[in-house]
Design a protein around this ligand. Structure first.
Ligand code: PPE
Length: 322
């Protein structure tokens, strides 16, 4: 689906028209993948209007990603948070996907980026169900990718860097060509790592397992939600190395991610997982997650930032680039 035009995109402190949100072809980030980004969702809630989900945690991860790459964001944490809120409201969105991106801009080429500006943009658009509308109920058919995730000390997996997504593209393309919805990559030691854009969980005998951050994963914010919600239900959740074959014999396997939310996996490499449909543990966690984001249960962790209430409470003037 081509992009549907939105009203405004936030660029370096200003909301600009969609048509004007352009960069030069010699932008550093375009040549070397020198960008760090986030993916955040805003949801319509029952009583609090549209609310951005886990805005603080996503903003924190963006700052962390930039720190790893020695890039100083020319805005404060609070300015970035507010800019996300502004971007949703300027587009009059309710549910939407937000994409903050920090990248080395236009100045000069060559790998050493110090002279290039650090540019910041935030876009928002409507993004439907990541792995298709039926996926949340029926589950998806996936494969183990022939591509591994990056080795430790090559590309830092904890940084959500644009360049990392070249590896994701290899995984996702291969899966699509072979007729699967998605691929799960192993790390360089052969243990389960993650999907091209999702973390992975497995359930066996009512116990839940997910790979640790040392398995070259992105430390997913949805992963954190699921760990907490599952523990609140009384499930034991263990972050541990998972060999590939443990997935084949699991009772349930599912993906988590901002875009993918909580998506069941019904087969891996054509091996049926459990009963070949969404399992009871996945169903329970998924239901709780959707109730949480919709504001149907209490926001006990303070994960929702209502867009309009926050804006009304804010007294600071409109943001300007430093
Ligand atoms: N691993 C990877 C590699 C990844 O890209 C994501 C998010 C996750 C795990 C889950 O992280 P979190 O969203 O914090 O729970 N992928 C984003 C981008 C997907 C895309 O195609 O673009 C997302 O879901 O927003």
């Amino acid at each position: 689906m081509p992009f549907e035009e939105v009203k405004k995109i936030w660029m370096n402190g200003k909301l600009v028209d969609f048509a004007d949100a352009k960069v030069h072809v010699l932008t550093h980030g375009l040549h070397y993948g020198s960008g760090l980004f986030e993916g955040i969702r805003s949801y319509v809630t029952k009583d609090r209007g549209p609310a951005i989900f886990r805005l603080d945690e996503h903003t924190r991860r963006l700052f962390d990603s930039c720190k790893i790459y020695r890039m100083e964001i020319p805005f404060s944490f609070e300015e970035i948070r507010q800019a996300c809120i502004e971007t949703v409201s300027a587009n009059e969105f309710e549910d939407c996907y937000l994409r903050p991106l920090v990248y080395r801009g236009f100045h000069s080429l060559g790998v050493f980026p110090a002279a290039c500006p650090v540019d910041v943009v935030i876009a928002a658009w409507h993004w439907g169900k990541y792995l298709g509308p039926e996926a949340l109920e029926q589950g998806v058919d996936v494969c183990i990718s022939s591509w591994n995730r990056m080795a430790p000390n090559t590309f830092p997996a904890l940084a959500k860097a644009t360049g990392n997504y070249m590896n994701s593209i290899l995984i996702r393309q291969e899966a699509a060509i072979d007729g699967y919805s998605e691929g799960i990559a192993l790390d360089v030691n052969g243990y389960v790592s993650e999907g091209s854009g999702e973390n992975v969980f497995m359930v066996r005998d009512d116990k839940i397992y997910t790979p640790p951050i040392g398995a070259s994963i992105l430390s997913g914010i949805t992963r954190d939600c699921v760990i907490r919600l599952a523990r609140d239900f009384g499930y034991e959740v263990t972050e541990t190395l998972i060999p590939r074959e443990a997935l084949y014999v699991a009772d349930e396997v599912f993906f988590t991610g901002t875009a993918a939310e909580v998506t069941p996996i019904r087969s891996i490499d054509k091996i049926t997982i459990g009963k070949g449909r969404r399992g009871p543990v996945t169903g329970r966690i998924q239901k709780e997650f959707f109730a949480y984001i919709a504001g149907e249960i209490s926001d006990r962790y303070g994960w929702l930032t209502p867009v309009y209430a926050e804006r009304a409470a804010r007294k600071k003037p409109t943001l300007v680039a430093r």
